[in-house]
Write a protein that binds this ligand. Sequence first.
Ligand code: ATP
Length: 206
Amino acid sequence: MIGIFGGTFDPVHYGHLRSALEAKELFGLSEVRLIPCSVPPHRPQPVAAPFQRLQMLKLGINNRPGWVVDTRELDRAGPSYMVDTLRSLRNEFPGRPLLLFIGCDAFNGLTSWHRWQHLFEYAHLAVLTRPGFAPQPLNEFFKLRLAEEKEQLRQAPAGKLFFQPITLLDVSATRIRQAIAEKRNPDFLLPDAVLDYIRSQGLYEK
Ligand code: ATP
């Protein structure tokens, strides 16, 4: 099973990296693909440029085996719709179970995503816990797809919804950007190499 984790990564931080690591272990993923978006359709535009967000992601991952930085959204023109991303991954990996994982905050906005129901034609969805966010009540569409055991995900290439508790880390890119703008030290919220790069580029300073 291949794991897929999309985001703005503005900047990547330990909340992202720990989520990816735990998802990889818990679901026995052969690889985890981190996909920085180009033009996020559902939120304000990123502060850092695409090449800077990509570089920070690469520094954060630091060549870990089984971790892939996937640039397909940056290479594509127009808004970064996850449904288009999953369709292209499905074409690349026919028949393989794909697992899109997202934090609970993202899940609560999922029904506003472009063609959100179609995500389940291409992948399973795992919702990871995130401090401060409880999952929205499940609609009938979600209830029909809910899996009680994660082993059910291996039995089909796509179509299931699963809730996965992970270590709760109350880290957000917004607060890291704020700390830098206010000249506070965001050490220990993100990898040193990423923070060194932010400082070298003067990113997020007021
Ligand atoms: P921002 O503060 O700029 O909105 P963010 O920290 O939420 O950014 P994103 O790149 O927008 O990070 O998030 C990408 C994905 O990572 C989303 O699915 C989000 O739910 C998840 N995520 C981010 N931070 C955490 C965290 N601390 N714990 C669990 N999931 C997280």
